[in-house]
Design a protein around this ligand. Structure first.
Ligand code: ACO
Length: 402
C-alpha cells in the first residue's frame, strides 16, 4: 500500500464535527445551495427559472436523469409511474389495521414496509447473490420508478384510511400529482378528474421542494443505501427522520404552537419565552441559510396568487406577526433565524383544503425525486459504505495489543 492509502486507514485520524457542520459526505452535481446569498439551483438551472417555466414532472426528470424531458420522455415517465401505482390488498390491510385517528407516520412507515415485502423487483434483488443496483443503471431506474409510485400510493392510502374513504386507481393520462390527488379522492366537484386548482398549485410548490441537497432525511436515506439496501427500505429510514421535530416535523410543531397561543396578542409572550430559551420557535432557523431561503419569496408569490383562500386561515396572522418581530429583534437577527419555506408552504396546503395531518407526508413525497436523484448518483459510483467514526471519552481498560 502507498502512504496515501495507509493514512486513509490510520485508526488514529479523527475529526470531531458534531452535527457534521463542516463535513461533506459526497460530491454531487444535483443541487447547489449558497446559504450566504440565498441562491439555489438544480443541475444547471436556477430555482427561480424552474419555478416559472417548468412543472414537477419536468423537474423530477431534470433531477434524476439530468435533463428537462422531451414531451415524449415526459409522457413515458408519467405512464410508467402510473402503471406502478397499485394498491395491493395486503398493503391496504396493513394500513387499515391502524386506528383511523392515529398518528400518520407509523401508518406511512408500515405501508412502505408492506410494499417492500411485495415488490417483485425488491424481492428479486434480495434473493440474488449479486450485489444489487450499483453500476446497474437499468435496475436502479426501475427501482426509482417503483419507489416513487409506491410512496405516492402509500400516502394516498393513508389519507383515505384516515378519512374512511375508498382508494381510487390512477389514470395513465394524468400527471404524477394529478394521480396522487385522484388516489386521494381529491377530485373536482361532481367529476372524477383531479382537483385542478390544487394540482396546479402543487405542480409549482413541489418544484421548490423536489430537492434540497444533503438534508437530514436525504443523508439518512443515503447512509442506509450505502449498504446497498433497497430504496423502499431506505425510504422507511428517511421518512422516520423527516418526521422529527427539528426537521420536517417542525411545521407540525409550529402549527401546534399557533393553536396553543391562539391569537396575535399572545405573540409577545411566545417571543419572550423563546428569547429566554424556554422553547424553540419551530419553523425558524436553518443550518444552511444565513439569509432568507431563496424558495421563501417564491412561496410567498404563490400565496399571493391564492390569497383569497390563504387569508381565510387565522393562523396566518399569527405567523406574519412572528415574522415581523423576527425581522428586527436582535435575538433572531444575530442568529440569522428566519421563517423557513416549508412553514409558509403549509398555508398553501391548508388554504386549498388539505388538512395538516397529511401535509408532512405530502412533503416527503414531494422531496422523493431529489432523494432518488442522489441515490442514482451514488449507485453510478463505486460502492462506499458510509460509516462515521466516534471518539471514545471513557477510560480504556487494560488489554493486550493485538
Ligand atoms: N428558536 C429559537 N432559537 C433558535 C432556533 C429556534 N428555532 N434555532 C436556533 N436557535 C438558536 C439556538 O438556541 C442557538 O442559540 P445560541 O447561539 O444562543 O446557543 C443558535 O440559534 C444556533 O442554533 P443551533 O441549534 O446551534 O443551529 P443549528 O444549525 O444546529 O439549528 C435547526 C438548525 C435545528 C433547524 C434549528 O434552527 C431549530 O431547531 N429550528 C427549529 C426547528 C425547525 O424549524 N426545523 C426545520 C428546519 S428546515 C427543515 O428541516 C425542513
Amino acid at each position: 500500500l502507498g502512504t496515501e492509502v495507509a493514512d486513509h486507514y490510520d485508526n488514529s485520524l479523527r475529526i470531531l464535527d458534531r452535527g457534521f457542520w463542516n463535513t461533506a459526505c459526497t460530491e454531487t452535481s444535483i443541487t447547489h445551495i449558497d446559504g450566504k446569498v440565498g441562491y439555489m439551483q438544480y443541475r444547471d438551472k436556477p430555482i427561480d427559472e424552474l419555478f416559472h417555466q417548468n412543472d414537477y414532472e419536468e423537474v423530477m426528470h431534470l433531477l434524476i436523469w439530468g435533463t428537462i424531458p422531451t414531451r415524449e420522455q415526459k409522457i413515458n415517465l408519467r405512464r410508467k409511474l402510473a402503471s406502478h401505482m397499485k394498491a395491493p390488498q395486503s398493503v391496504q390491510d396493513v394500513i387499515k389495521a391502524f386506528p383511523r385517528d392515529g398518528l400518520t407516520h407509523p401508518m406511512l412507515l408500515a405501508g412502505i414496509s408492506a410494499f417492500t415485502s411485495l415488490d417483485e423487483g425488491t424481492i428479486a434483488v434480495h434473493k440474488s447473490s449479486k450485489p444489487p443496483y450499483i453500476g446497474n443503471m437499468g435496475e436502479t431506474d426501475d427501482a426509482i420508478i417503483r419507489t416513487l409510485a409506491a410512496l405516492a400510493t402509500t400516502v394516498a392510502l393513508v389519507y383515505c384510511h384516515k378519512r374512511g374513504r375508498d382508494w381510487t386507481p390512477a389514470d395513465p393520462d394524468e400527471s404524477f400529482i394529478g394521480n396522487l390527488l385522484l388516489m386521494m379522492g381529491q377530485t373536482e366537484e361532481g367529476s372524477s378528474s383531479p382537483n385542478r386548482k390544487l394540482e396546479h398549485c402543487l405542480e409549482r410548490l413541489w418544484v421548490l421542494n423536489a430537492d434540497h441537497g444533503m438534508t437530514n432525511s436525504t443523508a439518512v436515506f443515503l447512509t442506509a443505501a450505502s449498504t446497498l439496501q433497497d430504496p423502499l427500505s431506505c425510504t422507511v429510514a428517511a421518512v422516520a427522520s423527516a418526521y422529527g421535530p427539528l426537521h420536517g416535523g417542525a411545521v407540525e410543531m409550529a402549527y401546534k404552537e399557533f393553536e396553543r397561543i391562539g391569537s396575535v396578542e399572545n405573540v409577545p409572550k411566545l417571543i419572550a419565552e423563546v428569547k429566554a430559551k424556554k422553547r424553540r420557535l419551530f419553523g425558524y432557523g436553518h443550518r444552511i441559510y444565513k439569509v432568507r431561503d431563496p424558495r421563501g419569496k417564491l412561496v410567498l408569490q404563490l400565496m399571493d396568487e391564492y390569497k383569497d383562500d390563504v387569508q381565510k386561515n387565522s393562523f396566518l396572522r399569527i405567523a406574519m406577526e412572528i415574522d415581523r418581530v423576527a425581522e428586527t429583534d436582535h435575538y433572531f437577527t444575530s442568529r440569522n433565524l428566519k421563517g423557513n419555506a416549508d412553514l409558509y408552504g403549509c398555508f398553501l396546503y391548508t388554504a386549498l383544503g388539505i388538512e395538516t395531518d397529511i401535509i408532512l407526508a405530502l412533503s416527503c413525497l414531494s422531496r422523493s425525486p431529489g432523494v432518488m436523484a442522489h441515490w442514482r448518483e451514488s449507485m453510478g459510483q463505486p460502492p462506499m459504505l458510509w460509516r462515521p467514526q466516534h471518539i471514545f471519552t471513557g477510560t480504556v481498560a487494560s488489554h493486550d495489543d493485538a
